[in-house]
Design a protein around this ligand. Structure first.
Ligand code: UDX
Length: 436
């Protein structure tokens, strides 16, 4: 089966490479000539574990190719995926759909046979209807259906998530759409991954509801962590205790510095906007967005407290370990590290940092931070060391070396990767999240 993937960014490239690996014939399309040139040379536009090898083997097998020409790329494709960006529109938080609509128009104008057009980009409810209208308005003579098929890929684990999904959601309005999508996902269906067929609008909302729910779960446990600190309880025990209830589940209950990334912040805002447009407020999500935003700066203040308060912090030095919004990615979007660094800098603290993959993207976002080649270079002379992101490389720090290099043995662990007793026994002042 031939599949066209319009948009070779994070979602398009991972999905395209995985479909090719299942045996489909996939063409990834992107307007960005330099991106396509680099892909031809085997250079990935993003950091995602395993992606380069997956792309290479499928290109070699002749199942995966790249082009800048949409007309050529969609020729003969039974399914044409739209996987372009839907950033937050400046000012109002609404998802910016201009890229999606531009692709829909170009697809309609270039259809050379019947095809199912699949929206994989995260789009507000009703976008599928508009995509269908745009394609119909191009006057195409070919049969087509517009289907919604949201992605649930986590950065850093995207290939695994694609190949072993909890579920596949397909929002289709007719049998033609459903049949083609069944064929697209047949390899996974044989794998016994459940496929849920819904209406197009339900499918569009599922994506936003899923991300808003996960953001709520994280924010809930983060507030519980604050309460734990006040009442002398341990948030990890509380997470375990509630997570063992099957109705709650153990995942996404790790307290931390607040969620970031490309999806949760953007999608929660877009959901609020949809709720407002339809005059159906989602107050829980409103609170989640506010609580998470204020938490990021509060984490900076937590570090200042560990230095003896804002006054005492002036002129001191702090080392940040980890800058990306989570490990195994180079993505800095909405990373708590940005707010933490800014809060420290505003208080007159000198900040040095190390991140295994994110420093290039971090540099323009935090120009006053000194980027270092390794964790120990960042720690040298520091009055406090802060674990902001739980990269594996920070899970077994050489504490003797840290003590030797740092100006003070103070560790603030915003991801709870260490055991408080162990670190304190080594002579460190240790602060973490929700563990008094
Ligand atoms: C998320 C969704 O998981 C995915 O299904 C969707 O398609 C895109 O958005 P992603 O943004 O890549 O994926 O990262 P995820 O692993 O979900 O983490 C999001 C944020 O929540 C990170 O900042 C992470 O540190 C934080 N988080 C996650 C917590 O603070 N605690 C947790 O228990 C889980």
């Amino acid at each position: 089966m031939k599949i066209a993937m319009v948009g070779s960014g994070y979602v398009g490239l991972v999905s395209g490479a995985c479909f090719a690996d299942f045996g489909h014939d996939v063409v990834c399309i992107d307007k960005d000539q330099s991106k396509i040139d680099r892909l031809h040379e085997g250079v990935m536009p993003i950091y995602e574990p395993g992606l380069d090898a997956l792309v290479e083997s499928n290109v070699k097998a002749g199942r995966l190719s790249f082009t800048t020409s949409l007309a050529e790329g969609i020729e003969g494709a039974a399914a044409i995926f739209i996987a372009v960006g839907t950033p937050s529109r400046r000012g109002d938080g609404h998802a910016d759909l201009s890229f999606v609509y531009a692709v829909a128009k170009e697809v309609g104008e270039n259809l050379s046979g019947e095809a199912v057009i699949v929206t994989k980009s995260t789009v507000p409810v009703g976008t599928g209807d508009e995509v269908e209208r745009i394609i119909r308005d191009t006057g195409t003579a070919h049969r087509f259906a517009v289907v919604s098929n949201p992605e649930f890929l986590r950065e850093g684990a995207a290939i695994g998530d694609f190949k072993r999904p909890d579920r596949i959601v397909i929002g289709a309005e007719d049998d033609f759409g459903r049949e083609v999508m069944r064929e697209v996902y047949r390899p996974l269906f044989l794998n016994e991954s459940p496929i849920l067929f819904t209406s197009r609008r339900s499918s569009e909302l599922i994506k936003y509801a899923a991300n808003a729910f996960l953001a709520t779960k994280i924010t809930f446990i983060n507030e519980m962590a604050d309460l734990c600190e006040k009442v002398g309880a341990n948030v990890q025990d509380v997470s375990r205790g509630i997570g063992m209830d099957n109705r709650i589940g153990p995942k996404f209950l790790h307290a931390g510095p607040g969620y970031g990334g490309s999806c949760f912040p953007k999608d929660t805002l877009a959901l609020l906007k949809t709720a407002e447009d339809y005059d159906s407020p989602t107050r829980i999500v409103e609170a989640v967005v506010k609580v998470n935003d204020s938490r990021k700066r509060a984490m900076g203040r937590k570090v200042l407290d560990a230095l003896g308060g804002a006054e005492a912090s002036r002129g001191k030095k702090v080392a940040l370990l980890g800058l990306t919004f989570k490990p195994n990615t180079d993505d800095m979007r909405a990373s708590p590290a940005i707010a933490v660094a800014q809060t420290l800098i505003d208080a007159g603290v000198q900040v040095s940092a190390y991140d295994p993959e994110g420093m290039e993207q971090a540099r323009p976002l935090m120009p006053q931070v000194t980027m270092c080649d390794n964790p120990y270079a960042a720690i040298e002379g520091a009055d406090a060391t802060v674990i902001v992101t739980e990269w594996d490389a920070f899970r077994a720090l050489d504490f003797a070396r840290v003590k030797e290099l740092a100006a003070a043995a103070v560790l603030v662990d915003l991801r709870n990767i260490y055991n408080p007793e162990d670190v304190r026994a080594l002579g460190f002042t240790y602060e973490s999240i929700g563990r008094a």
